[in-house]
Write a protein that binds this ligand. Structure first.
Ligand code: NAP
Length: 331
């Protein structure tokens, strides 16, 4: 390699679904990573995905990609219920792992994943892509520098309709349900703002009587610093994306806190109902940013932004919220 050539991490992708496609497109914007392999349960599907995204190698089984010695890191783009199994297998094959959010569907699974990655000396990071969007860094900085005083109340919502009942989110055995899917975002972000784990929780929801997953949910969490966080999520209602943090002195509003759609991002600062400042930020490709960050961690040996222990605490919170919704729905 010449002195000025950029060192690149070679990646493999497990799965060929919706998020796998977005991630494959994002690789084209990243300078320190290459997507060199993709694996599917179906060889034809792997080949079609590889052709569409210009991926050199396609595998007809996930294991086969893990045997590829020319792959340094794996993206787990599979249903939630498969995150643990394939993270552990990838770690055993000495591959670094970026696993889609949520890290898993239980704390036990998270512990197994973390232990397997530590034992095999590989890095593990949850692909919580919203964290890489510059607006999130801005808002976290505004909270820590006291721009709104003490954060007292958090509101966060993420809803969009999914009419197709064969979607993985309608399948309980695959870790479906709106709490682990879109509920992840406001719950994880509230934790980031409060910098802690909730000490009190309540949640209500609507459980689909046919498939048994929650399709709408709302709840409240209280954090050790006293902050109250309210969240809403659902996939049988209109689109809603929103976050607001109300502090003792001022408030912050984020109309588009989760997604990365190529539009500009706005963050508003309000005091006494007056809009006093508007920040306009370039919408960066969050998927490209997370791939670039994790690749840089692999190349330099630095610690990823999202530690797996943090992700496990979010899973613990989601697990409790889901349990509350289902207990109430059963009574
Ligand atoms: N970060 C984000 O922005 C974001 C957005 C959406 C989803 N996600 C996360 O990404 C993961 C995948 O979600 P997705 O929306 O991409 O799902 P999807 O479109 O249904 O894709 C899932 C893929 O997993 C594979 N798979 C393996 N076993 C399966 C099974 N029993 N049933 C269905 N698919 C199976 C399939 O690939 P093969 O058949 O080719 O093996 C399928 O294409 C989830 O963990 C989700 O939470 C993240």
């Amino acid at each position: 390699m010449s002195a000025c050539a950029v060192e690149k991490v070679k990646w493999g992708m497990l799965g060929t679904g919706m998020i796998a496609s977005r991630l494959a497109r994002a690789f084209k914007e990243v300078s320190n990573a290459l997507l060199v392999g993709v694996a599917s349960r179906d060889g034809m599907r792997a080949k079609a995905f590889a052709d569409e995204h210009g991926v050199p190698r396609a595998y007809e089984a996930y294991d086969l990609l893990l045997f590829d010695e020319d792959v340094d890191a794996i993206i787990i783009a599979l249903p939630n219920s498969l995150h643990c199994e394939w993270t552990v297998k990838a770690a055993e094959a000495k591959k670094h792992v970026m696993c889609e959010k949520p890290l898993a569907t239980s704390v036990d699974e998270c512990e197994n994943m973390i232990e397997a990655c530590k034992r095999n000396g590989v890095l593990l990071m949850e692909a919580a892509m919203y964290r890489f969007q510059p607006q999130v860094e801005l808002v976290v900085r505004m909270i820590s520098d006291g721009s709104i005083g003490e954060p007292r109340i958090f509101h966060g919502a993420f809803c969009f309709p999914i009419p197709n009942h064969s979607n993985i989110r309608y399948r309980p055995e695959l870790g479906g349900g709106c709490i682990f899917d879109m509920g992840f975002y406001p719950v994880d972000f509230a934790r980031l703002i409060a910098n802690g784990v909730p000490v009190g929780l309540c949640a209500f929801g609507i459980v689909d009587s046919e498939c048994g997953v929650e399709v709408v949910a709302a709840g409240t969490m209280q954090f050790p610093n006293g902050m109250l966080a309210q969240f809403e999520c659902g996939f049988q209602n209109d689109i809603r994306t929103y976050a607001e943090i109300i502090g003792t002195e001022a408030s912050v509003q984020m109309p588009d806190p989760w997604t990365s759609r190529g539009k500009r991002k706005e963050v508003w600062l309000l005091r006494r109902r007056e809009y006093i400042r508007r920040f306009e930020l370039q919408d960066r490709n969050s998927y490209a940013l997370e791939i670039e960050h994790f690749s840089q961690c692999i190349l330099s040996g630095s610690t990823p932004l999202i530690k797996p222990e943090w992700s496990m605490e979010t899973v613990a919170t989601l697990q409790k919220l889901r349990q509350l919704v289902h207990e109430r729905a059963a009574n």
